[in-house]
Write a protein that binds this ligand. Sequence first.
Ligand code: ME8
Length: 509
Amino acid sequence: MSEPYYITTAISYPNGKPHIGHAYEAIAADAIARFHRQAGRDVRFQTGTDEHGLKMVQTARDKGVEVRALADEMSGLFKAMCDSLDVSYDRFIRTTEPDHHRASQAIWQAMADAGDLYLSRYEGWYSVRDEAYYDEKELVDGEGGVKLSPQGTPVTWTAEESWFFRLSKYQQPLLDHYAANPDFIRPESRRNEVLRFVEGGLADLSVSRTSFDWGVKVPGSDGHVMYVWVDALTNYLTGVGYPDDGAALAKYWPADLHLIGKDIVRFHTVYWPAFLMSAKLALPKSVFGHGFLLNRGEKMSKSLGNVTDPIGLAEKFGVDSLRYFLLREVSFGQDGSYSAEAIVTRVNADLANGLGNLAQRCLSIIAKTCGGVVPADTVDTPAPDFGDPLGQIVEAMRDLKINEALEAIWDCVRIANGYFADMAPWALRKTDPARADGVLYHTAEAIRQLAILVRWVIPGGADRLLDLLGQDSSARDFAALNVPIIAGTTLPAPQGVFPRLDLPVEADA
Ligand code: ME8
């Protein structure tokens, strides 16, 4: 049996439509999931929507709709976004699903059994936008003296009866865990932020609300629903069978990777491991906080009117183009910027002119001069030398340096293009046809290698290339890199795979 690998994204608040930041996270997680599948792992990949909490209640109220209807409609849009971007999730979880309520109540009960929950009264600041409690000393002054969270969102004074979780008890166990597991929080900069925060001391956490009822009911405590982050984080367990399906849980838990944005690292690396320690469950192996996507360098916001619809962007430029651009252009872990110009420039250089043009030229010469059959190399023609790109990719992916993995692949695209231009098989056809055949064979094999190497990032285009090379769908994993294309394979008529993009007349992306 192959080794399991469990990866999750954050689950998104469906209080509005998905934006490009949501698409970015889903695409990055999908690429990582596909990478491990291609490497032969038994991957489980989960994404979904986080449907409880005050933000959902207030948005529904403002829109004059039922909160459940809002959740249904918007969750559907998030799922449609994933489907249209080739995001290969195994489960799209909704926290309103019954098995998730059961899982959340089970972890609650386990924390209660550990003596870590007590009833008291919460009095303090709450940000509905962040669904987060803040300590007075964390707040900053906004315009007109209003208090804002450190994320710049409004806070309101909240006072109500509440269950508390003994987070303070876990300060030292958390610090010990960070010290013993350097990969638990990545990248390094986020790890340092969390260390400083936890070293500063942890207050117990309010984990239930009584002023509204849209949430998971607290077992045995009428009138209380769980604080939305308690149930939200538990989605990672629900998806692998907690608490009923011991076999699935044993197989996939602990998760290998929670991929999330930098704004929610604290929830995943302080609260979540403390809940799990309390419930006597294993901790995820790693939490990676990726950077934010900025529209032309500016933060996206509804008031600036620059929130980009990812499906529109994919329709305009193509799914592979968007996936490739985001993963190649942004140093994974850091913030990144996008614009229509940057997408067009990058995609034309790397996909259309780099990989696409090589394939188009090689395959059309094979169609024209070899009757559409892969020729044999009968004269020991030299082949392009790629070195060990898979080794480089595997090394880069240990630290989730997705952009560096792509750079290594594009070094090979350049090598293949240089080889093809230098060997000039169209000219050899007249002077040395056997060598022309040899060059075409090795170029076809090089394209096959490149398609396999990049398939986890651009699955649509890579699979079309492999179809054009007559490759069976079972021969597309990294293991197939060692099984060269067979001379004599009949190829379908060549077609362009990565079209050149034009800048839209109105550069509105
Ligand atoms: O935080 N660029 O949901 P969410 C990149 N429900 N990533 C971005 C981004 C941007 N501009 N804006 C948001 C939540 N994200 C919670 C999560 S998990 C148990 C609960 C990322 O809809 C953000 O960092 O606000 C998060 O990882 C994800 O999108 C969902 O954000």
